[in-house]
Design a protein around this ligand. Structure first.
Ligand SMILES: Nc1ncnc2c1ncn2[C@@H]1O[C@H](COP(=O)(O)OP(=O)(O)O)[C@@H](O)[C@H]1O
Ligand SMILES: [Mg+2]
Length: 638
């Protein structure tokens, strides 16, 4: 039974071989010997998965992190600080103008008030001019406050935007091996929530800074009125700040746990959303719900703990302030000081307390620290693991369409076996190579190395491409990917390709009939990830994308596995048409797809164990390819 299939295979291979010897051999330029520059590349860079372990961070390191993170807005930050300092100075002057009145004399800074009055040409003894100057100073202070608020929000907005876009760009440029270790849920959290939290951290920092500056300014004025009382108040405030700092450390610890729980939850949610079909089909959705519930519960538990400590931090400054006030009032009365002084001190302390409320921001600040640290860590990880530009695989000394593999070796991080183990070979421009082999033999890895997604740890994989605005290497991955958008958009794939070419590519990829059935043709919208298309349609769409770019090298990784024989033959004839002008490397599950190839590479354990035309391999007794062929024959017959 298998004999008939074998005969059919052999006769097709024979025909192909005949056709090859007649038509193509003189057309193909000779294959260059792999150049002698085959020295192993420098050892690979570290591609550790992001290690989000808690590390001890001292103040210097913290400041450096902040400086690096907020680099894009440092000018705005400087402007903001200047506005706040000006506001503090103006308020200080205004209060200093009033203080001598309370004291009934001319205080230290009171002299400054006199000078201002003189400067604006008013009578320094009249109450009217005092009202004008003090009123004017408070208007000026309101203006500086308005300015600082505008600067602060501009700063936060710009920071969020820059950070988000910058991280996204770096994520897209990440080495493929490193990217594989970052879950999509985690990346999503990082690029949305965590970047926003990092900007919020900045907002809270500046608000705290503003509070601290105003408190210092007001304390100076308070010292002028009553040094002893101010000292007591400041002492108590210090105690309060210390308590909040201790609480903040706890909040920080809880926040770390909340973040890691959030990540687990985000990762799980995204995975389950993507696996919706399989969860429903196996009727196991309830398990997914329970898992997410458990993760959410864990997160809520940590959040609740942190919330409790945060509330404590919020009430503490208030309590300390009231105690300070009571102590000051009691002391003033015991020492027989006037009611006026007590009144002034109370008023000043009240003002100070308004700013002190921001101490509780210290708690909220600590809650954001883990997110900020994590963003910074990822920023560094992304910067250290930038993938080499794809153009780096393009060798100038190769003709367009030529591929040279020189002792290429690749091992996935953490894997105990090598996925591609020292492959040396070369492909002539226009040659068609069929790649077969058992699953796990390294076919996809080899393809990724040729495409430039992976960098070999040893050796070199180079492709020859002519310089052109769009990369003329096309790739159809094992699992086709489709974005939400029209079919035309998915075929064009951000490149400058005419409508005509898009339609032609769709026809060649066997999408013609589908497009004729759809009222909107190529402008039909495809739902996210192409879930409204059949598996075969998605594959043909991916093929159309590859063909539309007029490739010099076409790399296919089981690109026709989901196709019926009719659609496959459409693609087959497209490949036949390109034969001789486009270099094709096609990993095939079905041997029939690659029978017309110039050469077959049989991969096993990451090595090419057979490399010859199909016909030759089939005739060779005991060849692995013949074994695979008869296996498939049995398959199709049974
Ligand atoms: N991201 C990865 N991390 C670790 N090991 C991997 C990864 N991808 C593939 N592998 C392993 O590398 C080997 C080759 O895989 P692959 O190239 O996908 O094989 P094929 O395409 O021939 O089925 C397999 O043993 C596989 O388990
Ligand atoms: Mg594969």
């Amino acid at each position: 039974m298998s004999g008939t299939v074998r005969d059919a295979v052999l006769s097709k291979a024979g025909r192909t071989a005949q056709w090859l010897s007649k038509a193509r051999e003189p057309v193909l330029p000779p294959c260059r010997r792999p150049p002698a520059r085959c020295a192993p590349l420098a050892s690979t860079r570290a591609t550790r998965a992001p290690d989000i372990a808690r590390d001890h961070v001292n103040l210097g390191v913290r400041l450096r992190i902040l400086w690096e993170l907020y680099h894009p807005v440092r000018l705005l930050l400087a402007g903001y600080v200047a506005a706040v300092v000006l506001g503090v100075a103006v308020e200080g002057m205004a209060l200093a103008a009033i203080v001598p009145l309370i004291e009934g004399g001319d205080g230290g800074i009171g002299g400054l008030y006199g000078r201002i009055i003189d400067l604006v040409g008013l009578d320094s003894t009249s109450d009217g001019s005092l009202v004008i100057v003090v009123g004017g100073l408070f208007v000026l202070r309101a203006l500086t406050q308005y300015g600082s608020k505008v600067l602060a929000s501009t700063m936060v907005r710009r920071q969020t935007l820059r950070l988000q876009v910058g991280l996204f760009r770096a994520y897209l440029a990440l080495r493929w091996e490193t990217a594989l270790h970052i879950s999509q849920g985690e990346a999503n959290l990082l690029l949305t929530t965590q970047t926003q939290q990092t900007a919020q951290f900045l907002r809270k920092c500046v608000s705290l800074l503003e509070g601290a500056l105003y408190s210092v300014g007001l304390t100076i004025v308070a010292v002028l009125v009553s040094p002893e009382n101010t000292l007591i108040a400041v002492g108590l405030i210090g105690v309060s700040a210390l308590a909040v700092t201790i609480i903040a450390t706890r909040i920080n610890q809880y926040a770390e746990l909340v973040l890691s729980a959030s990540k687990s939850q985000a990762g799980a949610l995204l995975q389950y959303a993507r696996g919706l079909q399989m969860l429903r089909a196996f009727d196991v959705s309830e398990h997914a719900v329970r898992h997410v519930e458990e993760l959410a519960d864990e997160r809520e538990k940590q959040m609740y703990r942190s919330e409790r400590v945060k509330s404590l931090a919020a009430v503490l400054p208030d309590l300390v302030f009231v105690l300070a006030l009571l102590a000051v009032v009691a002391l003033a009365f015991r020492s027989g000081d006037g009611v006026a002084e007590v009144g002034a001190i109370v008023a000043l302390l009240f003002r100070v307390s308004q700013y002190l409320k921001r101490f509780s921001d210290l708690a909220a600040l600590s809650e954001l620290v883990p997110a900020v640290k994590d963003v910074h860590r990822h920023q560094r990880l992304f910067a250290e693991n930038v993938s080499r530009p794809l153009s780096a695989t393009t060798a100038d000394d190769l003709s367009p369409g030529e591929i040279v593999l020189e002792a290429v070796r690749f091992r996935y991080e953490g894997a105990d076996s090598v996925a591609v183990n020292g492959i040396t070979n070369c492909v002539r421009p226009g040659e068609f190579i069929g790649v077969v082999g058992p699953s796990g033999s390294g076919k996809s890895t080899l393809i990724s190395l040729i495409v430039g997604l992976l960098e070999p740890q040893h050796g070199r994989a180079s492709v020859g491409l002519s310089t052109s605005p769009t990369r003329r290497l096309a790739y159809v991955a094992q699992s086709p990917f489709v974005l939400k958008g029209s079919i035309a958009f998915n075929v064009r794939w951000f490149r400058d390709i005419s409508d005509e070419r898009v339609t032609k590519a769709c026809e060649s990829a066997g999408l013609g009939e589908l497009l004729r059935r759809l009222p909107q043709g190529v402008h039909t919208e495809v739902e996210q990830e192409g879930l409204t298309l059949s598996g075969g349609e998605r594959q043909r769409l991916a093929m159309a994308r590859a063909l539309a770019g007029d490739p010099e090298i076409l790399v296919l990784d089981e690109a026709t596995s989901a196709l019926d024989s009719e659609s496959e033959s459409a693609i087959q004839s497209a490949l036949d048409q390109m034969h001789g002008s486009v270099t094709v490397i096609a990993v095939a599950h079905r041997l029939s797809t690659v029978l017309s190839a110039d050469r077959i590479w049989v991969l096993e354990n990451g090595q090419i164990i057979e490399d010859a035309p199909a016909g030759e391999l089939l005739r060779t007794a005991g060849s692995r390819f013949a074994a695979l062929g008869s296996l498939q024959g049995l398959h199709s017959e049974g």
